[in-house]
Ligand binder design. Structure first.
Ligand SMILES: *[C@@H]1O[C@H](CO)[C@@H](O)[C@H](O)[C@H]1NC(C)=O
Ligand SMILES: *[C@@H]1O[C@H](CO)[C@@H](O)[C@H](O)[C@H]1NC(C)=O
Ligand SMILES: *[C@@H]1O[C@H](CO)[C@@H](O)[C@H](O)[C@H]1NC(C)=O
Ligand SMILES: *[C@@H]1O[C@H](CO)[C@@H](O)[C@H](O)[C@H]1NC(C)=O
Length: 538
């Protein structure tokens, strides 16, 4: 006994500054020496304490809409890497390594991006580290929030389609396994919008990289989503044209839709539980003889037709269905600006202009037509369409996929997610009960694009953590920890709980049912309580 102790003491004394005696901080800053990977250079290796304001000088200099700073939620090691993906492309990768990682379950979390952009999703990263995950974020192969870097740079488009995500995951995982004494136990992904698409890309093409994928409002069937943006602008026309509606006029449309459809679910709360049952009749706003918007708050026939077009399925050449209709709710400013404001969606325009045609003079206004859309589908640059409906590899790899979509999403129609889910079901020959084993879809009423909206839409998901009051909601109820429970304890979610947050205060909750069940009011009880609703077959 004694001699063993002596030997151990001796070997400790004799060993040079070993991994065991180095502090976390030293090991972090030593990563510049100790870590290496192919095609990778280390830009930053910094120990950061909880509460530190981490600023991003390159974002500040560029003046884009990416986050300019974040407050660290924990003591951690921050690593920033530059990984080249080809001779003409590279991805910037951030890895946040919290001190309590091993005690918190040795979990790895990958985050996604948004739009055509390369904004690193630092808010999602910080949420992940607050729960003890080692988290990776990346710029998807180009800095900033626009598609301009695609111009004549096919490799950058390839990074955007899938390679940046894959590469950042590989490098990120090797950093985590190198840095901590033990290896990653389970790996997760969260993202919304383009980030949702990236999650589905992983589910379709490299599911073995993740045990759980949380994909929100995914831009799957990417070319359809892009086309919808062009169709909406061609329908509304530029500001001032006869077909265009102002934001006030769209707000009137929103009120009309609420008036016509809010009662369908039995509760008047500005939330439409099942918008697919809502077929608004914009003609109710049509001006009579001698009436105008200024005097009577009514719309011209041309404007009414615009509303009809926007809320109708989109058909292209030869009557081919391109995309489901937009959701019949248009209140939020973000949706207005990006889709209805009389300027072509910068996402749609940026994609066609810089990625598809490499022509800076290309515009939706002058050049958009159904041949463009057909061409985009045919090219499907680097598989960015993310439209594969055979998820057999995900199923066989035990990868769990949790998809959710706001039913008041002004940018990407929630019907796009229903459509994808039903196609997976048909193409795999798996009814919902069988899909449930690995793939579940939760429609979330009253949630706009990723965040915002009038309902109980806060699920603790991607892009939601900067919502005022987000931290008042128990992280155990977040969609991320719901996924952890499914993967690690085998407890699969039947509902996804959303909170209604008003000015930072939780004012209601709803347990949103798993598709194809419908979240249904029981007929009595406070509708703000989750217990007043149940899941029923339609
Ligand atoms: C963090 O630093 C940036 C840049 O100096 C500054 O603009 C920002 O206000 C700081 N944030 C906080 C919460 O102090
Ligand atoms: C990353 O590396 C590439 C070369 O692989 C280089 O062109 C680029 O400027 C680097 N970016 C940064 C931010 O260091
Ligand atoms: C897991 O997914 C990969 C593709 O990412 C596939 O090649 C492999 O066959 C799958 N594993 C199983 C057990 O099906
Ligand atoms: C990995 O996670 C599983 C599921 O939670 C758990 O049973 C197992 O003990 C963990 N393994 C390690 C090495 O931490």
């Amino acid at each position: 006994m004694k001699s063993t102790v002596l030997l151990t003491t001796l070997s400790l004394l004799l060993s040079p500054a070993s991994a065991q005696t180095e502090t976390f901080e030293e090991r972090c800053e030593g990563l510049t020496e100790s870590f290496s990977a192919a095609d990778t250079s280390i830009l930053i290796a910094d120990y950061v304490t909880q509460g530190t304001n981490i600023t991003f000088p390159e974002t500040i200099a560029a003046g884009n809409t990416c986050l300019k700073f974040i407050i660290s939620s924990t003591d951690m090691c921050r690593l920033r890497l530059n990984v080249s993906t080809s001779d003409t492309s590279s991805v910037i990768v951030e890895v946040f390594l919290p001190t309590d990682w091993e005690a918190e379950g040795k979990r790895f979390l990958m985050t996604g991006n948004g739009g055509l952009g390369g904004c690193i999703q630092y808010a999602d990263m910080t949420y992940g580290t607050s729960l003890g995950f080692a988290v990776v974020g990346h710029d998807n192969g180009h800095a900033g929030d626009s598609g301009l870097p695609f111009l004549n740079r096919a490799e950058v488009v390839k990074d955007y389609a899938w390679r940046a995500l894959y590469t950042a995951g590989q490098v990120g995982k090797s950093v985590v396994n190198h840095f901590y004494p033990s290896n990653i136990n389970k790996s997760y992904y969260i993202g919304c919008s383009s980030g949702g698409r990236q999650g589905m890309k992983a589910a379709q093409d490299f599911p073995e990289e993740y045990d759980g994928i949380v994909s929100a409002a995914p831009a799957v069937d990417f070319h359809a989503v892009i086309a919808a943006g062009g169709h909406v602008f061609k329908s509304t026309g530029p500001a001032g044209s006869a077909t265009h509606l102002t934001q006030d006029q769209w707000n009137a449309v929103h009120q009309l839709v609420v008036a016509q459809c809010d009662g369908i679910d039995g509760v008047l709360d500005n939330v439409i539980e099942d918008p697919m049952k809502c077929q608004p009749r914009p003609e109710a706003l049509l001006c009579g003889p001698g009436q105008t918007w200024a005097s009577d708050q009514c719309l011209t026939a041309a404007q009414v037709l615009t509303v009809r077009k926007v809320y109708s399925p989109i058909y292209g050449n030869d009557g081919k269905l391109i995309s489901p209709r937009l959701n019949p709710l248009t209140k939020e400013f973000v949706g207005y600006r990006a889709m209805y404001g009389g300027v072509a969606s910068y996402i749609t325009e940026g994609w066609y202009k810089y990625a598809l045609y490499n022509d800076p003079t290309w515009t939706v206004q002058n050049d958009f037509n159904w041949n463009v859309v057909d061409h985009d589908f045919q090219q499907d640059l680097y598989g960015v369409g993310t439209d594969k409906t055979d998820l057999t590899d995900a199923k066989n790899n035990n990868t769990r996929i949790l998809m959710y979509h706001g039913l008041a999403d002004c940018l990407i129609s929630s019907e796009n997610s229903y459509r994808y889910y039903e196609r997976v079901s048909r193409d795999m020959g798996l009814p919902s009960d069988d899909l449930d084993e690995f793939y579940r879809f939760f429609p979330i009423s009253g949630l706009d694009h990723c965040t915002g909206g009038d309902g109980a839409g806060f699920v603790g998901g991607s892009v939601q953590y900067s919502t005022p009051g987000a931290l008042n909601v128990d992280p155990a109820d977040s969609v991320l920890m719901t996924m952890v429970k499914w993967v690690e304890q085998g407890i699969a979610p039947e509902t996804l709980t959303g909170r209604k947050l008003v000015g930072g205060v939780v004012t209601g909750a709803r347990a949103h049912c798993k598709h194809p069940l419908k979240t249904t009011y029981k007929g009595t009880g406070d509708p703000n309580l989750a217990s007043s609703w149940e899941c029923k077959t339609a």
